[in-house]
Design a protein around this ligand. Structure first.
Ligand code: BES
Ligand code: MN
Ligand code: ZN
Length: 483
């Protein structure tokens, strides 16, 4: 889909449809359309859409009155949703070209970025493998943002929106693939293709290399599957890097999580194909980072495995030695994400990362705690956390701080090894984070538990069901904001 900026007035631009923002009780076009406003049909309530044909004074064939709610409460994330929902509303109606009118007050850089990103996220569908598309869906091919008084900075803003939208959609393309197609090696090929097209350095550590290095925690998870594990390393180095900051982004890439020998119940198990959404987000973020060029070095790490209960699978009771040297007693083979992340985090530290952010669909417990609204944020460093909360707010991705107090460590103690991989029934998201914290050590680190936010069980007006692409935008914004 093409997304472009125009400095012409929206009503003069020819298109299949022009989107006009309608504020609550605003009656924006009342002089042109008295009857429809008199009927009370158009209230301007958020996401209320009214489609009209042949409105005088507009070159476009249709006018879509798009309810934006109360003007005082409206912000850039709301605008992104409105733009995405407008595209989803129009695409079933044979509309191919859309003009989105940005009036004064809605034509700042953050607005332009939000609309560009929102329309790209809204247009995405999870139907790649459907032979016949839904009969009524037509693709929207082009969106023009009409901002009459647009200042020159808006060209950079629309590019940012495009890059972030396309990067999140790449993460969604990878996450939505079925687990028979997207095994660890296939995931690495997707990352390689992205890296080659983006001019990033790319490397894969295979099973032999992992054995040489001593990544016993990661290898233990992989051993029950016929598919070999991989650890992807994707490097971005800016030309004139300022300072010595080296950010490491680490994403859980479990291409399917059966639970292993501690096998999961059958119902809903198919959803465990999205257990690689953190890894997909790292791949998407690295694509955007290559295009937007933040001032710091960033390396992406994606450990990818399939957690299966094969004849060689690890057992509850096994003790493995991680890359850090620490021994881990496996009490539940379904707590596999923390094991592969432990070795990836240690490896990121070995490669010189000074700051780490990991994203993982790590626990069902975080879904109990925060539902499908906010991502759980765990950290050992207040300064990094502050940067993170600021970046994620700017990116419109909701995050909520969670505790990693020392008391939780009690739940991970065992007499047989240095640490055990589960912490019992209570505070499951916190003990999982506490496990990772042991491996992050003194390195400033953030852990994001995205189990509740990486996937939509039902479509939203602004987004199809399936993968959300979160937290690609926050990752990229964190790197761009670094000074
Ligand atoms: N991938 C799951 C977590 C998950 C659950 C993601 C629901 C998305 C939706 C993870 O590997 C897992 O199985 N966690 C266990 C940990 C437990 C065994 C300590 C869980 O949350 O039940
Ligand atoms: Mn699991
Ligand atoms: Zn898992």
């Amino acid at each position: 889909m093409q997304v472009n900026l125009s400095r012409a007035a929206a009503n003069g631009l020819d298109a299949d449809a022009v989107v006009i923002v309608e504020w609550e009780n605003g009656k924006g076009l009342a002089d042109k359309l008295p009857a429809i406003y008199d009927s009370g049909e158009v209230t301007g309530e958020f996401l209320q859409f009214t489609l009209l044909h042949g409105v005088s004074g507009f070159a476009a064939h249709r006018v879509l009155l798009a309810g934006a709610g109360k003007r005082e409460k409206f912000d850039a994330p709301g605008l992104a949703k409105l733009a995405g929902a407008a595209v989803r509303f129009l695409k079933g109606k044979g509309v191919k070209n859309v003009v989105f009118a940005l009036e004064d007050g809605l034509n700042g850089a953050e607005h332009v970025e939000a609309v560009a990103r929102g329309v790209l996220l809204g247009a995405w569908e999870p139907d790649r493998l459907k032979s016949k598309k839904e009969p009524k869906t037509s693709e929207v091919e082009s969106v023009v943002l009409a901002a009459e008084n647009a200042d020159p900075t808006l060209d950079a803003a629309i590019e940012r929106g495009r890059v972030l939208g396309e990067a999140a959609n790449l993460a969604r393309d990878i996450s939505v693939e079925p687990p028979n197609v997207l095994n660890p090696s296939a995931m690495a090929e997707r990352a390689r293709a992205m890296a080659e097209a983006s001019g990033l350095e790319f490397e894969v550590l295979d099973q032999n290399r992992m054995r040489q290095l001593g990544m016993g925690a990661l290898l233990g998870v992989a051993q029950g599957s016929a598919e070999p594990p991989v650890l992807m390393v994707i490097r971005y180095k800016p030309a004139g890097a300022s300072g010595s900051t080296h950010l490491g982004l680490v994403g859980k890439g479990v291409t399917f999580d059966t639970g292993g020998i501690s096998i999961k119940p059958a119902e809903g198990m198919e959803k465990m194909k999205y257990d690689m959404a953190g890894g997909a987000a790292v791949i998407g973020a690295m694509q955007a980072i290559a295009r937007l060029k933040p001032p710091i070095a960033v390396t992406g790490f994606v450990p990818a495995v399939e957690n299966m209960p094969g004849g060689k699978a690890q057992r509850p009771g096994d003790i493995v030695q991680s890359l850090s040297g620490k021994t881990v007693e496996i009490l539940n083979t379904d707590a596999e994400g923390r094991l592969i992340l432990a070795d990836a985090i240690s490896y990121a530290k070995q490669l010189g990362c000074t700051h780490l952010v990991d994203a993982a669909t790590l626990t069902g417990a975080i879904v109990v705690a925060l539902g499908h609204v906010s991502t759980g944020v765990f950290t050992n460093d207040d300064q990094l956390a502050e940067r993170w909360m600021h970046a994620s707010k700017q990116a419109g991705e909701k995050m909520w701080p969670m505790p990693v107090d020392d008391e939780y460590m009690e739940q991970l103690k065992t007499v047989y090894a240095d640490i055990q991989n589960i912490g019992g029934r209570w505070g499951g998201a916190c003990t999982a984070a506490m496990f990772l914290k042991e491996f992050a050590g003194e390195t400033p680190w953030i852990h994001l538990d995205i189990a509740g936010t990486a996937w939509l069980d039902d479509a939203k007006p602004w987004m199809a069901k399936g993968p959300t692409g979160l937290p690609v935008a926050s990752f990229v914004t964190l790197a761009l904001n670094w000074k």
